[in-house]
Design a protein around this ligand. Structure first.
Ligand SMILES: *[C@@H]1O[C@H](CO)[C@@H](O)[C@H](O)[C@H]1NC(C)=O
Ligand SMILES: *[C@@H]1O[C@H](CO)[C@@H](O)[C@H](O)[C@H]1NC(C)=O
Ligand SMILES: *[C@@H]1O[C@H](CO)[C@@H](O)[C@H](O)[C@H]1NC(C)=O
Ligand SMILES: *[C@@H]1O[C@H](CO)[C@@H](O)[C@H](O)[C@H]1NC(C)=O
Ligand SMILES: *[C@@H]1O[C@H](CO)[C@@H](O)[C@H](O)[C@H]1NC(C)=O
Ligand SMILES: *[C@@H]1O[C@H](CO)[C@@H](O)[C@H](O)[C@H]1NC(C)=O
Ligand SMILES: *[C@@H]1O[C@H](CO)[C@@H](O)[C@H](O)[C@H]1NC(C)=O
Ligand SMILES: *[C@@H]1O[C@H](CO)[C@@H](O)[C@H](O)[C@H]1NC(C)=O
Ligand SMILES: [Cu+2]
Length: 601
């Protein structure tokens, strides 16, 4: 469906009313000064030229085939409160090094990434953790950053260093996994350079898209997981509407009060949109990342088609489309050929899908501009463009038959099949809970399950809310999730690339799509009242989070742990810093109130 948006378009002023510092702190994403991204060359003798040598998208498994470059990429992240106005509305946020979005992490496939996270959140203080979405964390799960599962939270004033390999390769994000902190700004993009099967000239880097809320996350959560009231206000709390939709952390907002209409007030109109440059005739790579909270995004560029070359961290056989659908935390890498004239200016649009797709949105359309090389960089796009805007169900990813991995892996026979039923209900105390087989997860920040399993404790009979599924030494794990709830869920698994065997509404008939090479990725949208069939090889011993990536749903308990190869978990030599971090958290939580009103994740 093609609609013409009346919102902002046409009358919009493309000159930002306030500075980049005021909207995004120290980040230059979304400005014409943002860097382009080209792979780092390496002098490492192990490899010649490109670090990945002769490895290609089709001759090497992106999950297991990594080169070992021996290069360490070090980052220091200081997490603290700060007030900025990404869309013109001032908000007290959680920022990394004073930036929103957080600083990009960049590495070559097979490098080692080392991030030191300093928790400087105060007034009030909170624990925190950072999770690096989609990265394997083989032999390093204690650095996966999930509080109560892979580590203890980092205490206020504390510091923890996470070291892990950059694999697989492509486009992804990091975010806090502590409660819904990422809704207040704790996230940023990751670019891992690797082989490509589709040539391009210019890598424009990350293009993040996120539904955005003006209310602080904790206040929203009080409604989301609180006692359900049967009033419209109560329902609004359970299904909070987002206030805006941002691209690279920027968008305009129509301030409600005329008296806010100053460049110094708490709300400023025309805060400024993200801008990108195109060179006519060249092919541009855009790394689309849904860094949002609850919304499915439909991304498009006026007048242009896009060739999708990777979904999540798996290169695929390229296919062309004019709308890319991204569930929360999904990514697609696209190549866009600049077929316009050198003076062209066009809109980038991303629309939040409505209906059962997602939570409601007050301002669903995100806009950004592309300027060709001779365009007037303060002018707005004209009205003669072809827009591709889709805001309708179905709330699903592109058909599985369309997305074929470049490196084929056939779906084997499962050694075990687990059935999970997802539902939403109101528990005995009147709270809204999201459940897997009637159990809503609740993390124990002081007892990370990985550390318990490492010490040989793999049974938690006293508390059903641990949601641990022990798959023992089974080699091929299949999970059939039946969605008994009336909303879709972007389903995510840590530590693996899932083969997506089938999805749909109703009941699975046993058919596998592309059985000799099904799509693999780390998030797949499960339709409302539908099913999802996922499979993976048990090649990464650990306690792996398996959950819905909508912040409000995982806070409501929609989360399980897959305990894989417990005997091998016992062999891990977990660094002493992980245990010291837990002792620090025990000391902190022993004399401070940790107000964990949600699942903790
Ligand atoms: C905001 O200020 C501008 C410039 O002073 C004015 O043209 C515009 O009408 C004002 N908008 C509102 C909603 O008051
Ligand atoms: C986009 O692709 C469609 C279908 O292949 C084609 O008809 C159309 O001309 C293409 N548009 C552009 C701008 O390349
Ligand atoms: C660029 O566009 C702006 C806004 O429409 C306009 O004021 C300005 O005159 C234009 N500059 C040129 C050189 O055309
Ligand atoms: C989950 O519940 C379904 C019925 O809804 C049942 O068939 C299945 O065995 C249960 N799964 C587990 C792992 O207990
Ligand atoms: C799902 O939960 C609702 C209550 O929220 C309940 O009415 C319904 O029966 C449940 N569905 C199944 C299949 O158990
Ligand atoms: C219901 O869920 C809330 C929120 O997770 C939890 O705090 C409460 O203990 C639960 N009530 C019961 C009876 O389990
Ligand atoms: C395993 O850990 C859980 C949670 O801390 C605890 O309740 C249980 O007693 C432990 N079991 C053993 C055998 O230590
Ligand atoms: C395989 O997984 C099932 C649970 O899905 C478990 O009951 C069984 O013990 C596992 N088998 C082995 C050999 O570990
Ligand atoms: Cu969900």
């Amino acid at each position: 469906m093609t609609v013409t948006s009346t919102l902002l378009q046409g009358t919009i002023a493309l000159i930002a009313a306030i500075s980049q510092t005021r909207t995004n702190g120290g980040s230059n994403m979304g400005t014409l000064q943002a860097p382009t991204y080209q792979p780092f060359l390496t002098n490492n003798p192990i490899v010649n030229g490109w670090p990945w040598g002769s490895k290609t998208t089709s001759n090497s498994d992106p999950y297991t085939g990594l080169p070992n470059t021996g290069v360490i990429r070090k980052y220091e992240f200081t997490v603290a409160r700060g007030t900025i106005a990404p869309d013109g509305y001032s908000k007290d946020m959680l920022l990394i090094n004073g930036q929103y979005p957080g600083p990009p992490i960049e590495a070559n496939w097979g490098d080692t990434i080392q991030v030191t996270v300093n928790n400087a959140i105060s007034g009030p203080d909170e624990g925190t953790t950072i999770h690096y979405h989609g990265l394997n964390q083989q032999n390093s799960e204690w650095n996966d950053g999930v509080p109560g599962v892979s580590m203890c939270p980092i205490s206020p004033g504390g510091s923890y260093t996470q070291t892990f390999q950059a694999t697989p390769y492509g486009s992804t994000l990091y975010h806090s996994h502590y409660s819904a902190q990422w809704a207040d700004g704790l996230w940023g993009p990751i670019v891992i350079h690797g082989p490509t099967n589709s040539p391009y000239d210019i890598d424009l880097g990350p293009v993040t898209i996120n539904d955005y809320y003006h209310t602080p996350y904790f206040q929203i959560l009080e409604g989301v997981v609180g006692v359900l009231r049967s009033t419209p206000a109560g329902l609004a709390a359970v299904r909070p509407a987002s206030d805006n939709n941002l691209i690279n952390g920027k968008m305009n907002f129509a301030c409600p009060n005329a008296d806010s209409n100053t460049t110094t007030g708490p709300c400023v109109n025309n805060a400024g949109l993200s801008k990108f440059n195109f060179q006519s005739g060249k092919k541009h790579r855009l790394r689309l990342i849904n860094s949002g909270i609850a919304a499915i995004q439909k991304f498009s560029i006026d007048n242009h088609n896009m060739t999708v070359i990777a979904n999540d961290l798996i290169p695929i056989e390229p296919y062309t489309t004019n709308i890319v659908t991204l569930g929360v935390a999904q990514r697609s890498d696209v190549i866009v050929e600049a077929t316009g004239d050198p003076t062209d200016i066009v809109w980038i649009r991303s629309m939040i899908s409505s209906g059962e797709c997602t939570e409601p949105a007050n301002q669903p359309l995100a806009l950004a501009t592309i300027y060709y090389e001779h365009a007037n960089q303060t002018a707005a796009p004209g009205n003669n463009s072809i827009a591709h805007v889709d805001n309708t169900p179905p709330c699903e990813n592109d058909d599985l038959s369309q997305t074929v991995p470049a490196y084929p892996i056939a779906a084997g026979n499962p050694s075990t099949t687990i059935d999970m039923a997802v539902n939403v209900s109101i528990n005995a105390t009147g709270n809204l809970v999201w459940t897997i087989n009637d159990s809503a997860f609740h993390a124990d920040y002081n007892n990370p399950i990985l550390l318990l399993a490492n010490a040989g404790n793999t049974s938690y009979p006293l508390d059903p809310n641990w949601n641990v599924y022990n798959v023992g030494t089974n080699t091929t794990i299949r999970v059939l999730i039946t969605n008994e709830s009336p909303t879709s869920h972007p389903w995510h698994f840590h530590g693996h690339e899932m083969s997506v065997l089938a999805t749909g509404t109703g009941t699975w008939d046993g058919t596998i799509v592309n059985a000799n090479n099904p799509q693999r990725r780390d998030v797949q949208i499960m339709p409302a009242n539908g099913y999802l069939v996922l499979q993976w090889e048990s090649n990464n011993p650990g306690v792996w989070p398996f959950h819905c990536h909508i912040a409000w749903h995982v806070s409501g308990g929609l989360y399980a742990n897959i305990l894989e190869q417990p005997e091998q978990i016992r062999q891990y030599k977990i660094p002493s810093t992980a245990f010291q971090n837990c002792r620090d958290w025990a000391a902190y939580s022993g004399n401070h109130l940790v107000d964990q009103i949600d699942s903790g994740l």
